[in-house]
Design a binder for this molecule. Structure first.
Ligand SMILES: [Mn+2]
Length: 406
């Protein structure tokens, strides 16, 4: 029995104003061929199906068409809500998709058994049980109590997440016993497990004040399919706890990573293989670094290329060039490239000298602005207060994001 684990599709992403519809369409077409050639019984999408809480129509259409195309294969689809997904958007079509071999778990449910999913083999017999855990919002798990310190809350939240997993896992064990079958139990999640490396496009989840969930908190499932982190990786050196990563690079710092989906195979309840299948790159993308002369040399390689490459150009220079945009534009005007991001990387010395006048607010994230202000106060601030300020700021930004429904 083969299960395919993927996550973080981010359908509908706008990438420096570029639309990713063609890449996503190509990925979903490719995924269908993988389902057929590898005889996949179920696909698990571990959260962030959509990029935003109100995905554009074409993104919803991609999702729905994929469900329809999958029907001919007999493969089941299990979709979990991520931190980018709107619970109500995913729930809109949940009931409808149920009739198309697709189970959507947008948020954790009051009746835990709704998060326990049976995967059937071609003969119709139950071949695996999935503890379908979506992105967990703190309000779904605990009510905060007045007078609790930050550490208390953090510990309680970690415990609450672990308790949720264990309660569901226990139900799965009971179901397996009742069925009397030797079948694997698979768990899912959309969170930051401790000790993973992130990328620019991953929005930090401050689950309350919990920055990461310890892998020790997971139940002893046969495989744990995680989403949220866009780089594929094994968690805490445990082969069976994995992030599949996103199928397409969602930021330029992901360009150097080989994207993949994972095929997990079982014989009875025994895991026999975890096979990473590389996802083709459907849109050429590259990051060029160097001074102007070096950039010009690197750009020459694109002359005559068949497809347009999306570029991030990082120019290292000592001084400030007011005409940098024009200079780069004149270098690329006849080439099949699109410069989506142009950044100046200054030497430490240049950075120390008046960075404010060279930087515009639109180039910075709220976190970077806050960091700059903190640095300006650095010497006068007590380190403990400094840490608390950072935490508070992160919480405020996270709650604003949540208000926007993200
Ligand atoms: Mn994501």
């Amino acid at each position: 029995m083969n299960i395919l684990h993927t996550s973080d599709w981010h359908l509908g992403q706008s990438f420096f104003n570029q639309n990713r519809k063609n890449e996503h369409q190509a990925f979903l077409d490719w995924l269908l061929t993988i389902v057929q050639t590898h005889e996949i019984q179920a696909i698990i999408v571990a959260g962030d199906v959509f990029d935003t809480a109100s995905p554009p129509s074409y993104a919803r259409e991609l999702y729905h068409s994929f469900v329809v195309s999958l029907q001919a294969t007999g493969c089941a689809l299990i979709v979990l809500g991520g931190n980018h997904d709107s619970v109500s958007v995913l729930n809109e079509t949940r009931g409808l998709l149920q009739h198309l071999n697709t189970t959507v778990v947008a948020a954790c449910t009051e009746d835990l058994s709704q998060q326990l999913i049976e995967v059937k083999d071609t003969t119709g017999q139950v071949a695996a049980l999935v503890c379908a855990v979506p992105f967990l919002r703190p309000r779904d798990l605990i009510s905060s109590e007045a007078g609790q310190s930050g550490d208390d809350k953090k510990a309680r939240l970690g415990e609450a997440i672990s308790a949720h997993y264990h309660a569901l896992f226990e139900q799965a064990c009971e179901r397996r016993d009742a069925l009397g079958l030797a079948i694997p139990i698979i768990a899912t999640g959309h969170l930051t497990a401790l000790g993973v490396s992130q990328s620019d496009s991953v929005r930090d989840i401050y689950i309350g004040t919990l920055e990461g969930f310890s892998a020790d908190g997971f139940p002893p499932a046969d495989y744990i399919a995680l989403g949220h982190i866009h780089r594929p990786q094994v968690v805490a050196k445990r082969e069976h706890i994995r992030y599949s990563g996103s199928p397409i690079p969602l930021s330029f710092d992901e360009v150097s990573t080989q994207k993949q989906v994972l095929i997990v195979s079982f014989q009875g309840n025994r895991r026999t293989a975890i096979l990473p299948v590389p996802v083709p790159r459907f849109q050429p993308m590259a990051v060029l670094r160097g001074n102007l002369a070096e950039i010009e040399v690197q750009l020459a390689a694109y002359k005559g290329a068949k497809n347009v490459t999306w570029l991030c150009i990082e120019v290292t220079s000592e001084g400030y060039m007011t005409d940098l945009h024009q200079r780069i534009q004149s270098m690329v005007s006849s080439l099949p490239v699109e410069v989506l991001q142009l950044r100046r990387i200054r030497s430490a010395q240049a950075q120390a000298m008046g960075r404010e006048c060279e930087e515009s607010l639109t180039e910075l994230t709220p976190h970077e602005v806050f960091e700059r202000r903190l640095q300006a106060l650095d010497n006068s601030l007590d380190p403990a207060l400094n840490t608390r300020l950072r935490q508070r700021f992160a919480e405020v930004v996270a709650s604003l994001d949540e208000d926007k429904g993200e």
